[in-house]
Design a protein around this ligand. Sequence first.
Ligand SMILES: [Zn+2]
Length: 78
Amino acid sequence: MLKQFCDHCGEETEHREIIKQKPSKYGNSRKEQFKAFLSGFFAGTVSPAGASLDLIDRYVVCKKCGHKKRENLGDEFQ
Ligand SMILES: [Zn+2]
């Protein structure tokens, strides 16, 4: 369970996490995906799971009011 401050409720509430994959700027073919992976790899943005952090949007949603807040993993990994 994720306790976070909700701007909407004005208090700490329980949130759940949603992760969405951004549409890739590369094509959808396997070859293009591989290129995208490599460019992420060399840019140092590939997570241990193999997904490029560049391509992921992370949201937290307030369980009380449903307010959705984008919360990308930022500088802590850089
Ligand atoms: Zn809320």
